[in-house]
Design a protein around this ligand. Structure first.
Ligand code: NAD
Ligand code: TYD
Length: 339
């Protein structure tokens, strides 16, 4: 079995590669990644010398490079994690999101059509459903919830989902799509809420909470997401969408307070800053389909997952300190300097 994993030098993709290579030591895993600001080759150091692993630096939009790799590797399964993934960056610069997230997905699926494939899996997000009101805790996103996006990021992901389902219907390509809630865990790029707050707190820097911090996200430990994708590519039905989420809704402000407490830092570091434009209020996944059909359930409780995550950031300081001392500094200044 040969898997091509795109975006495997990023947060979830790298965790997925570790999961697959440990569970299926005979599988060949080929990681295709452009190594954008969010991709980090050092993350893949634990598998780099494994004879069943290959890293290829390429852009999923580069048709020649993608087709050449498919011709060479003849993959059975392709799992597409490669994406521009940060909402705030999409608000500043939508173009690259449309290019990578939509055109890149189309290019990969064209290669799948040409060279044949058992499964193309598109890793998507609950953000394609838009948001839910805070005063309706009875509402959850199901796979039938209409697509209703808010940001250029979520719109580009929704477009890719629709294209994937269209390739299933029109060309009979064996496609599946998963829409997951917010992940957290090791190797999470420090522009995102949890790692940003951990890094800032450790450096005694202000903790910038958007608006009032009342927005709710449904947090899932990254390993649980990887296990869900593993189940879908092996046992899930082609042409189907599966929601993945942990029924673990939390307000941003509460997450930041937990991080302060775990790191023994004062809550006075918390600074309320200007809200994100078009900021989604609440995400909440109904994961009953993947539970019913594939037996998936989240295994890591938030109180354990957040402790493991914080411990990981404490014992892997070099990984994130290298990142935040590079071009990230300019990004931080631009996004937070006058906020
Ligand atoms: P990430 O930003 O950490 O990693 C993205 C990876 O894709 C990086 O390694 C980057 O180099 C690579 N990449 C970007 N553009 C590329 C291109 N044109 N060609 C090849 N490689 C390219 O992202 P993540 O948080 O690991 O998210 C992975 C996927 O999961 C994304 O598709 C995202 O939409 C989806 N998702 C993320 C979350 C979350 O909470 N992080 C939740 C649900 C879904
Ligand atoms: P983020 O990690 O960017 O994920 P997403 O926007 O995909 O849900 O943000 C999670 C939540 O945290 C979101 O409501 C925005 C908020 N947030 C802050 O309050 N401050 C920050 O510095 C960041 C990065 C996010």
């Amino acid at each position: 079995m040969t898997l091509i994993v795109t975006g495997g030098a990023g947060f979830i993709g790298s965790n997925f590669i570790f999961h697959i290579m440990e569970k299926y030591p005979n599988y060949r895993v080929v990681c295709l990644d452009k190594l954008t600001y969010a991709g980090n080759l050092s993350t893949l150091a634990p598998v780099m010398k494994n004879k069943n692993f290959r890293f290829v630096k390429a852009d999923i939009c580069d048709r020649d490079a993608v087709f050449a790799l498919f011709e060479e590797e003849k993959p059975d399964v392709v799992v597409n994690f490669a994406a521009e993934s940060h909402v705030d960056r999409s608000i500043e610069e939508p173009g690259i999101f449309l290019q990578t997230n939509i055109m890149g997905t189309a290019t990969l699926m064209d290669a799948c059509r040409k060279f044949g494939i058992k499964r193309f899996h598109q890793v998507s997000t609950d953000e394609v459903y838009g948001d839910l009101p805070l005063d309706r805790p009875d509402l959850f996103f199901t796979e039938q919830t209409p697509i209703h996006t808010s940001s250029p990021y979520s719109s580009s992901k929704a477009a890719a989902d629709l294209l994937a389902l269209a390739y299933y219907r029109t060309y009979g390509l064996a496609v599946s799509v998963s829409r997951c809630s917010n992940n957290y865990g090791p190797y999470h790029f420090p522009e995102k809420l949890i790692p940003l707050m951990i890094a800032n707190a450790l450096n005694n820097k202000p903790l910038p909470v958007y608006g009032k911090g009342e927005n709710v996200r449904d947090w899932l430990y990254v390993e649980d997401h990887c296990k869900a994708i593993d189940l879908i590519i092996h046992k899930g039905r082609a042409g189907e969408v599966y929601n993945i989420g942990g029924h673990n809704e939390m307000k941003n402000i509460d997450i930041v307070k937990i991080i302060c407490k775990e790191l023994n830092k004062p809550e006075s570091l918390i600074t309320f800053v200007a809200d994100r434009k078009g900021h989604d209020m609440r995400y909440a996944i109904d994961p009953s389909k993947i539970h019913r059909e594939l037996g998936w359930l989240p295994e890591t409780k938030f109180e354990d997952g957040i402790k493991k995550t914080i411990e990981w950031y404490l014992s892997n300081r070099e990984w994130w300190e290298t990142i935040i001392s590079g071009e990230y500094k300019e990004y931080y200044e631009k996004m937070y300097g006058n906020r």
